[in-house]
Design a binder for this molecule. Structure first.
Ligand code: F0G
Length: 455
């Protein structure tokens, strides 16, 4: 009789191999401590060359594929009617099923055009949770941005799937009040933990918006990750492809806005897509002023080609399996070394609950930022605070976001991050809070100067 051998678990395998490499620079702990002081304790002020693993954002930081680079060489840079635009338009139509396609230079440009055309002063724009630039554009149009997240988000520790859903009872109550011409559903829900929106939730949102005469737009920045989470977590959708699930969700909407810097796998780009030709005409008219002629929209032909190809690649099952596995692996690893993270792990980032990790630092002293600084000093890892530094007293939580650039880091980088986090965890009771010594009027987290509080 042969005894069962214990086999090593099969690791996550990156479904690509590497052909161009970008060297990373090692720095010492002493150098990093000095750099942080020079940057006034603001990680946005650190030169990227002094960062070893950069988890600041998953936006525009991904690696392109051989096919994307090949497409770039084919680009047509004509001012009007370039072939690249038509290839891009077809790719967007294939994925979204929406006939009207308007390129923009990035997601927030799409938000700006949409809000300036659709939103009037005094109105309210409802959503599951608006991303901060979306909120800023709604407010710039004189309207109010109303977040109606699912009550399940309140407990960050439960594995309940689809915490990206909107609270349907609250949505109907708000729609009934009137003066709400637009609902924006953000999938996945970046601001609250990268949770997925369930297709069934969006179906009811569609019914309600039709009943109350509002338009429904999808912020589709991470539409493919959302589809992958739906496929993984909902038995009803397990036999559908990510493309089919995404299409089902797009079919429920009047239009969508997209930051291509996420799930179009490019470093720059975005778009609006919609069904209604008259609204599209108005959006294009404003788009010419802000972004340029409608067949390039603030982008070069090269960018349009890369986005067209990226939109196809992002829906590949192997890629999405690897992506979700990496995020979950990092979440489990951080938790195993003593950092509670927001559950369930989403599609693009892991969020450490810093209020729970560092109870000795009150929110007014930015516990998540203190932890982010410690991760930098300990191992050159750059993350971002999403909490009181970013949102002021309105912050519901103090989180450190570790966002994973797409197709950039390997599992050993992730293992390194977990090992560094373990070392920070050992001395987390000794971390000190920070105070702001200088801040700008708006979006203070980008440029505020801070200093540690002497204990
Ligand atoms: N919508 C969502 C859900 C986003 O996460 C972002 C950007 C945007 C819109 C704006 O798109 O950057 O192309 O103008 N999120 C980045 C982040 C910046 O780090 O989460 P953009």
């Amino acid at each position: 009789m042969t005894l069962p051998r214990s086999l090593p678990p099969i690791p996550i395998i990156e479904p690509f191999r590497i052909r161009t490499v970008e060297p990373l620079t090692m720095t010492t702990r002493e150098e990093r401590s000095m750099l942080l002081i020079e940057a006034h304790w603001n990680l946005f002020g650190i030169h990227a060359s002094r960062v070893l693993v950069d988890l600041l954002t998953d936006s525009g930081t991904g690696a392109m594929s051989t096919e994307q680079w090949a497409a770039i060489m084919r680009a047509d840079e004509s001012y009007a009617g370039g072939e690249s635009f038509y290839r891009f338009e077809r790719a967007v139509q294939d994925v979204t099923g929406m006939p009207e396609v308007i390129p923009t230079h990035q997601g927030r440009a799409a938000e700006s055009i949409l809000c300036r055309v659709l939103v009037k002063p005094g109105e309210r724009v409802l959503g599951n949770t608006h991303f901060d630039t979306t909120r800023a554009h709604i407010e710039a149009a004189g309207a109010e941005a109303v977040d109606l997240p699912d009550p399940a988000t309140e407990d960050t520790r439960t594995e309940t799937p689809f915490k990206g859903n909107i609270d349907l009872v609250a949505l109907e109550r708000e729609l009934k009040k009137g003066n709400a011409p637009l609902v924006i559903m953000t999938a996945t829900n970046n601001a609250l933990g990268g949770h997925a929106v369930a297709p069934e939730n969006l179906q009811v949102v569609r019914e309600l918006t039709t009943k109350y005469g509002a338009l429904l737009f999808l912020d589709a920045a991470r539409f493919a990750e959302n589809a992958a989470l739906v496929r993984r977590d909902s038995p009803r959708w397990g036999d559908k492809t990510p493309a089919e699930i995404a299409r089902f969700m797009f079919d429920l909407c009047d239009g969508c806005l997209m930051s291509g810097k996420k799930d179009a796998l490019v470093n720059m780009g975005g778009f609006l897509a919609l069904r209604e030709p008259e609204l599209a005409r108005q959006l294009r008219e404003l788009g010419v002023l802000q972004e340029g002629f409608p067949t390039y929209g603030g982008l070069s032909g090269r960018d349009l080609e890369a986005m067209a190809q990226g939109l196809r690649e992002v829906l590949q099952q192997d890629y999405l399996d690897y992506r979700l596995a990496t995020v979950r692996y990092l979440a489990d690893g951080l938790e195993s070394v003593g950092f509670p993270v927001v559950r369930p792990a989403g599609g693009h980032a892991v969020f450490i609950d810093a209020r729970a990790s560092l109870p000795h630092i009150p929110p007014s002293q930015f516990p998540a930022h203190a932890l982010a600084c410690a991760l930098y000093v300990e191992g050159g890892i750059r993350t971002v605070e999403i909490g009181t530094l970013m949102f002021g007293e309105a912050a519901h939580a103090d989180l450190v976001r570790l966002a994973l650039p797409r197709r950039v880091y390997t599992q050993s980088h992730i293992d390194y991050v977990i090992a560094i986090a373990a070392r920070v965890a050992e001395r987390k009771d000794r971390l000190r809070g920070l105070k702001i010594v200088q801040e700008p009027e708006r979006l203070r987290h980008f440029s505020a100067r801070l200093a540690p509080i002497d204990s």
